[in-house]
Design a protein around this ligand. Structure first.
Ligand SMILES: [Zn+2]
Length: 261
């Protein structure tokens, strides 16, 4: 038996519990005997994670939910294995996540990035119940609000539990955000709206899907928002931009016959 290293009451994070990096953040929330997991990471660590949970004296038969924050391979590849190990749990995800995992869609999930030689096995995974904005998850006596926070991907979920926000890939401690990629359905305008919501929410702590948990500082969130606002008018993220003022300037300069300065 090993002791539980709670980050906050009712909340354990499995990398923190193991005192080593296993992969993406895997949050365990529990009340009395009931527990759930937010994400699981890659398949090759799923068994190790479930074993750690068993050693912390949680009954595997008391796992109520396995939850996907979104359909990215590094968050959910191990879900099929987790379902086998935890048959009492219901697998939850956004409708978009359900759609992409059923196939599965190898581009949207980042399982296949041909230009970088990345090709990762991803089994078809069945999301058994869809959840989205406004839903409330019950776990024992706990209530967890489901937020849909599009930007990184249209179906990105976050979960508010009191003053904690399980933030998915919305924002990390260094101010970076989840990959902005047209092939992933990223949308910078929606991303900004999601970050503004997080900035203004009654939330003290952000529990991201990668890296350490951190205190929410509105100025820090704003700095990230400002950066994304600039991206909307620059070429950095290609078709994710809303416009490119440089080309308007160029058009005027071409008409005037302006020479390089
Ligand atoms: Zn991620």
């Amino acid at each position: 038996m090993i002791s539980r290293r709670e980050l906050f009451p009712h909340v354990i994070e499995m990398n923190h519990q193991a005192r080593q990096r296993l992969g993406c953040s895997v949050y365990l929330i529990y009340d009395e005997a009931d527990w759930l997991l937010i994400d699981i990471g890659y398949e090759d660590t799923a068994e190790e994670i479930v074993d750690l949970i068993r050693q912390m004296n949680f009954a595997l038969s008391s796992c109520r939910y396995l939850i996907c924050t979104h359909a990215d391979v590094d968050h959910i590849q191990g879900m099929k294995r987790a379902q086998e190990l935890l048959p009492s749990a219901k697998l939850l995800g956004h409708p978009e996540c359900k759609l992409h995992l059923a196939g599965p869609d190898r581009i949207i999930t980042f399982a296949e990035i041909a230009a970088q030689g990345i090709s990762i096995d991803l089994p078809a995974i069945e999301v058994q119940q869809t959840i989205e904005e406004g839903d409330v998850l019950s776990l024992g006596s706990l209530k967890i609000d489901v937020w849909t926070t599009p930007g990184h991907t249209p179906g990105q979920l976050a979960f508010k539990f009191g003053k904690l926000l399980f933030a998915g890939d919305n924002l990390f401690r260094d101010g970076s955000v989840g990959n902005i990629d047209a092939h992933h359905g990223s949308d910078i305008a929606s991303f900004i709206t999601s970050l503004e919501r997080i900035r203004d929410a009654d939330v003290e702590w952000l529990l991201p899907s990668h890296g350490p948990v951190f205190r929410k500082e509105p100025q820090m969130v704003q700095k990230t928002i400002n950066r994304l606002k600039e991206y909307q008018h620059m070429a950095d993220f290609g078709t994710c931009a809303v416009d490119w003022p440089l080309l308007d300037e160029w058009e005027e300069e071409l008409a005037r016959g302006t020479m390089p300065e």
